[in-house]
Write a protein that binds this ligand. Structure first.
Ligand code: HSE
Length: 435
């Protein structure tokens, strides 16, 4: 039986999980690939007593793995941009296939890395970079390859979803839940990547590129985090029949592609609104398939390793079949990518939720509705509460019809300039997620 020799760089949570899955499922993997997949070299600063490393060469310098002629496939699990990028380029230059879980690396430098891989005739795979265990890249790239993707929307950061769930269900403070997410190992090394939406933007950038056959364009992903969401917004949203989720959304329009990450009100009856805690889910609406939904663990050692090993299996199968590159990693060869524009946020269209705090004076509602009417924005739902005892400020929440963001922005400026409005209004986008 042929042997596919694997080198793993990094023996932390994900690298260790990958070794464990390759060892524990070796007979299934052999049957599925008609080869023997063997870990032959590990690059890690420290050996870990929890793993069986017998027969495996260990190097403290990860570049020794990239330069090892006995390694066919290099698995990069060290994370971050450097030295991961140089390591991957070195492995590609040495003719190795590469598997990575590194979403930042692929989103920010994937165009360059994929070009190098394509020229070298090797594969660069990254199923584990998006939504952990969920095989969503393969679903988009292969399972839905007969479709034009109308829209996709995903809960693709477990830490953010955990924070929102705990705030809503247990009334916990944002900082307190974030600290727990860090202690549980869900959060990124720099947790601002989670709460400011950067991690989700990395993942969405990859999904949008595959869905629409466009180059990776991380700098064009509109990104907002969850730190502005208050308990009062969550309660108003619920009263209006919505849940607030932090979504990555990619949508095809006549003018281009919307690619945006932000807190979003979604109807409480759609399945995505039931995805709680650290779980991830991606909803994809294809023109032929209709809506489809993919759900699972978005992080963790074994869930992430499950996706890494699926990439190794794909490489082993194509090596066995006699060709190095089977499916292009982004679904199309780089030369066949489309030049569709990513729309600036001002040109995106959504409905909006607004939470307005106004002085309790007669005519305030009229003033607000007048601004919206003049902008051509209608109001679909509205709630006004009584002022708290001792306060003359009334909270108002409303949901608008679908409007161009730039039009809505001008209306918001005019509402905030009204003398009855006592503080900047809070607003979030609303998505119906209808098929
Ligand atoms: N920090 C990430 C999350 C880990 O919370 O989803 C998985 O990418």
């Amino acid at each position: 039986m042929d042997i596919v020799r694997v080198g793993i760089c990094g023996l932390g949570t994900v690298g260790g999980g990958t070794l464990q899955v390759l060892q524990e499922s070796s007979s299934e993997i052999s049957a599925r690939t008609r080869t023997q997949v063997q870990v032959v070299h590990i690059g890690a600063r420290r050996e870990k007593p929890d793993y069986d490393l017998s027969g495996i060469r260990i190097s403290q310098d990860i570049f020794e793995v990239a330069n090892d002629p006995d390694v066919d496939v290099l698995v990069e699990t060290i994370g971050g941009i450097e030295p991961a990028k140089s390591l991957v380029l070195q492995a590609i230059a040495n003719g190795k296939d590469v598997v990575t879980a590194n979403k930042a690396l692929i989103a920010e430098h994937g165009n360059e890395l994929l070009e190098a891989a394509e020229k070298a005739g090797v594969t660069l795979s990254f199923e584990a970079a998006v939504a952990g265990a969920i095989p969503v890249i393969r679903a988009l790239r292969d399972g839905l390859s007969g479709n034009q993707i109308k829209e996709l929307a995903g809960i693709i950061n477990g830490t953010g979803n955990f924070i929102l769930t705990e705030m809503r269900d247990h009334g916990r403070a944002y900082e307190d839940v974030l600290q727990e997410a860090q202690e549980l190992g869900y959060a990124e090394a720099d947790p601002t990547f989670d709460v400011e939406g950067i991690d989700a933007a990395h993942k969405l950038c990859i999904l949008a590129s595959i869905a629409y056959g466009i180059p990776l364009a991380f700098d064009e992903v509109y990104t907002e985090g969850i730190s502005k969401i208050q308990k009062s917004d969550v309660l108003f949203a619920e009263e209006l029949g919505y849940r607030i989720k932090h979504l990555g959304i990619a949508k095809r329009t006549d003018k281009g592609i919307e690619v945006r990450v932000h807190p979003t009100l979604i109807p409480e009856e759609v399945l995505l609104s039931k995805v709680e805690g650290v779980m991830n889910a991606v909803w994809i609406d294809g023109d032929a398939s209709g809506p489809t939904l993919y759900y699972g663990a978005g992080a963790g050692a074994l869930p992430t390793a499950s996706s890494i090993v699926s990439d190794i299996v794909e490489i082993a199968r194509s090596r066995q079949a006699g060709f190095a590159v089977s499916v292009p990693p982004l679904g199309v060869d780089l030369a066949n990518q489309k030049n569709l524009p990513v729309l600036p946020i001002g040109e995106c269209k959504t409905a909006f939720f607004m939470h307005i705090t106004a002085a309790n004076k007669s005519g305030v509602m009229l003033a607000i509705t007048k601004v919206l009417t003049e902008a051509g924005v209608s109001i679909d739902a509205m709630i006004q509460k009584e002022a708290e005892p001792g306060s003359n400020h009334v909270p108002i929440a409303l949901v608008t019809s679908v409007a161009l963001e730039s039009v809505l922005n001008s209306a918001v400026e005019k509402i905030e300039a009204l003398e009855e409005i006592v503080k900047p209004l809070v607003r979030f986008r609303v998505e119906a997620l209808e098929a």
